[in-house]
Design a protein around this ligand. Structure first.
Ligand code: CP3
Length: 350
């Protein structure tokens, strides 16, 4: 925030300039999941840290991991190293990450469980994360933006209800159809927790935040409006009520042409495009409304070579004529070679 409390200073940072609606001659670049297992320096540090959550809650190590990809590639943004499942943890649920298996939570299957959720996030749980934000912000230069984040309520709820990742998010979808009032209460709790958590990150020094709605694409039109758009809108309003001018990127993955409604209704400053999103649709119908971010297929980056070049060129040709942040269409995959990331950056930056 600026000292007068009027929100983030735009200054010289290319990502913030794009979020303010300005096109950059060379688009700023960062990658979703840019800190992680494809980096040898991450794997080395991860081995020393113990579990994944130990790393997330250790400000010294989490700050270091956040900065690793920025140092190596000169990305225009650092994204806080943490996870979307910190919020259920801070609401009193059990969350574990099992090696090779992903997240495991105690499933939330009934009204009793939802009612028992804490009404506010536990300040003790999130304190080390805000400390990571402060440390990273101090280490960044005047070109690099610090991005905070949280999971969107719908996506976080899919893990809380099922207790793990699922192929089609059926447990949460069934819960929402069968017990809409109880499910609405869960979403309400997550909206409140998300506002509190994002405001905490912004006050600690994050310059913008991204709302990850990874599983928005499995929802029907009506359910999408109710469980993704409405909560996002409330989060945007709630955060801006406490941090004037807070910059927020929405990333509802896999929603196709429903993206227009999301952009119209939520009030986000920019939207992330997944790799299946139509480039001409995005250019003609989304970018005139809000800056866009994305959307090279993470598998094209893994494949490399001519396939990668063609995907990068197509994205640049369609979107670099307007306000645009170059990114992938979802997180970078762990087996991705460093040389492919370097090749992509060279092509974008010329
Ligand atoms: O982008 C970054 O570099 C910042 C850190 C970040 C992580 N997770 C670190 C992480 C961010 C922004 C996330 C978001 C996240 N986490 C999402 C939304 C975006 C997306 O990718 O869809 C979701 C759905 C999660 C939940 C989650 N966390 C799952 C399903 C898994 C297991 C699968 C996997 O990728 O390992 C995680 C673990 C996780 N989160 C790791 C990292 C670096 C791997 C942990 C390890 O080191 O073993």
């Amino acid at each position: 925030m600026r000292e007068d409390g009027t929100g983030p200073a735009v200054g010289t940072k290319p990502v913030l300039r794009v979020l303010a609606g300005e096109r950059q001659a060379v688009p700023p670049v960062w990658l979703m999941r840019q800190a992680g297992r494809y980096l040898p320096e991450y794997r080395a540090l991860r081995e020393k840290a113990g579990g994944f959550l130990d790393l997330c809650f250790n400000p010294e190590l989490a700050a270091e991991v956040t900065l690793q990809p920025v140092r190596r590639f000169g990305f225009d943004a650092a994204i806080l190293f943490s996870d979307i499942l910190v919020v259920p943890l801070a609401l009193g649920r059990k969350v574990e990450f099992l090696v090779g298996e992903g997240p495991k939570l105690e499933p939330l299957t009934d009204a009793e469980g939802v009612k028992r959720l804490a009404k506010r996030i536990d300040a003790m749980v999130v304190a080390p994360i805000y400390e990571t934000v402060r440390r990273v912000r101090k280490s960044l230069d005047d070109k690099t933006t610090l991005i905070g984040f949280c999971g969107a309520p719908w996506t976080v709820a899919t893990y809380m209800v099922a207790g793990e990742g699922t192929p089609d998010q059926a447990p949460a979808r069934m819960f929402a159809y069968r017990e809409p009032e109880t499910f609405a209460l869960l979403i309400d709790r997550l909206v409140g927790a998300s506002i509190e958590y994002l405001v905490g990150q912004l006050k600690a020094g994050a310059e913008c935040v991204q709302l990850f709605d990874t599983w928005a694409g499995v929802l029907s039109q009506g359910e999408f409006e109710r469980w993704s758009i409405e909560p996002a809108k409330r989060i945007v309003e709630g955060v801006r009520g406490q941090v004037k001018g807070a910059r927020i990127i929405g990333f509802p993955r896999g929603v196709g042409a429903k993206l227009w409604r999301y952009v119209q209704d939520t009030g986000v400053d920019a939207v992330g495009l997944d790799w299946t999103q139509g480039l001409i649709y995005a250019r003609d119908h989304i970018q005139p409304l809000k800056p866009v971010q994305g959307n090279v297929d993470p598998l094209a980056l893994l494949a490399g070579g001519g396939a990668l070049d063609r995907e990068v060129d197509a994205v640049m040709e369609a979107l670099a004529g307007g306000p645009f942040i170059f990114n992938l269409g979802h997180g970078i995959l762990p087996p991705t070679p460093i040389a492919h990331v370097e090749r992509m950056l060279k092509r974008v930056r010329g």
